[in-house]
Design a protein around this ligand. Structure first.
Ligand code: HAM
Length: 429
């Protein structure tokens, strides 16, 4: 029989690496708490229409990468429905915002999430079909200040803080403004016209994009197309006064806070909901998939999926890529092997129950305990203990009767007799 393996583009995460995932998530949660964000958990699958309308039919994500299936009706009362594993979480968060009428509170909603996303992309280093994002969204009615450029700057400043606290050095922030939907439509036309005369010399994808969604031409990675793209008009020249001012105010606030950035006219991002500020943080150590995180403003997304006006801004970071970066930079990602405080070695199977009782007592005192097995010979117990714990506690019939246990500390090789009543204190690291 062929052995079954994890599906292409998916992976198992094992200890000790999972300790690093937990550390990242704990740091992110702590930073989000300081900025007064609360956690939102939305379902992993949604109605396909949410992504088609929210992210955009023409995007690569929706047109090529979604895991979609027809969910058959199980009862008369149900309808067959097209469902999709979420390829990203902004659309789901905005759907929840609308569904729970969070706008009615009149407050800004500051929500963060950590969880798996699914895209049928070609797997490679840093690109998986199931990957995890840590993201956050700030959304609310305009009266709550959701359109303010200060919200954009605060998100970016929070990201700089979070990356610093995670120990990620050498990141680069690229910023652009894609303007309002009107600006974008205007720029799309400007681009379409400019592309008319040059597109025949570009890749087939660009030839298609020039017709369907000219903005996407700016994402093209084909080396031969780059000199042509460099000659195309930039979006900054198509922005109206309000969008220009908004962007200038974002930059002013970032300057004041000392967050470094570069302007990148080509940063239009691969999702259709973006308006005004768009951004990406990259890291040189990641190779081809160098985007650590991306995000931006989406002032019309709520209306696009049937909700009230609710401008917002947010980001999502690729947790898998954070891990790769930490592992690569100065070995900061190396997780020291986690040793239990003690390994309890019962001498003989008849002592197994007493060993379990002792383990329960010590774990109750907050210690990390590995429980051995009385069927092991002492030598085997020592070998197992040496790999998993910093000390071994020998529990034989004599020890049980006398209440005096023998403890060996591996680092020093010293063996000590310790009364059971003092054992927990003795074992404390
Ligand atoms: P995105 O740029 O599609 O944006 O994804 C954000 C990040 O997720 C990327 O920068 C990357 O680190 C990670 N990522 C994406 N695809 C993969 C993959 N196949 N394997 C590993 N990591 C991946 C969004 O998803 C938007 N929802 C972000 C956002 C939130 N915009 C506003 N609010």
């Amino acid at each position: 029989m062929t052995t079954l393996k994890a599906v292409r583009g998916t992976r198992d995460l094992l200890p000790p690496e999972t300790a690093l995932w937990n550390r990242i998530e704990a740091t992110a949660r702590a930073v989000f708490a300081r900025y007064n964000f609360g956690e939102i958990r939305t379902p992993i699958f949604e109605d396909t229409g949410l992504f088609a309308r929210g992210v955009g039919e023409e995007t690569d994500i929706v047109s090529k990468e979604m895991y979609t299936w027809e969910d058959r009706a199980r009862a008369q009362s149900e309808k067959t429905q097209s469902l999709t594993l979420r390829p990203e979480n902004t659309a789901g968060v905005v759907r929840a915002y609308i569904e729970h009428q969070l706008g009615e509170t009149g407050q800004l909603q500051k929500l963060y999430y950590i969880g798996p996303q699914f895209r049928r992309e070609r797997p490679q280093k840093g690109r998986y079909r199931q990957f995890s994002q840590i993201g956050a969204e700030v959304i609310g009615p305009p009266s709550a200040g959701s359109e303010s450029p200060l919200r954009d700057a605060e998100i970016l400043e929070m990201l700089a803080t979070l990356l610093d606290e995670l120990g990620i050095t050498g990141w680069k922030l690229d910023l652009n403004s894609v303007g309002s939907s009107v600006d974008r439509a205007r720029y799309n036309e400007v681009l379409r016209t400019a592309l008319d005369s040059v597109v025949s010399g570009m890749c087939v994808d660009c030839q298609r994009r020039a017709v369907t969604n000219p903005l996407r031409v700016l994402d093209c990675k084909a080396p031969a197309d780059q000199p042509i793209i460099d000659t195309l008009p930039v979006i900054a020249d198509s922005l109206d006064e309000a969008s220009r001012t908004h962007f200038a105010q974002v930059l002013d606030a970032l300057d004041a806070a000392g967050v470094p950035y570069s302007r990148n006219h080509r940063l239009v991002r691969g999702l259709d909901y973006y308006t005004r500020t768009t951004f990406e943080f990259t890291h040189g150590g990641l190779g081809a998939q160098n985007a650590l995180l991306g995000g931006g403003r989406y002032d019309g997304l709520s209306e696009a999926i049937g909700g009230p006006k609710a401008p917002g801004i947010g980001f999502a970071m690729g947790e898998d890529r954070l891990i790769l970066t930490l592992q690569a930079t100065l070995n900061q990602g190396a997780v020291p092997p986690q040793l239990a405080d003690a390994f309890i070695a019962p001498l003989g199977e008849s002592l197994n129950p007493a060993a379990l009782a002792l383990a329960r007592e010590l774990r109750g005192a907050g210690l990390g305990i590995e429980l051995g097995d009385g069927s092991f010979r002492l030598k085997k117990s020592f070998e197992a203990a040496d790999k998993t714990a910093s000390r071994i506690v020998i529990l034989g019939e004599d020890e049980l009767q006398s209440g005096i246990l023998t403890v060996k500390t591996f680092a020093t090789g010293i063996q000590t007799k310790v009364p059971r009543t003092e054992l927990a204190v003795f074992l404390k690291p």
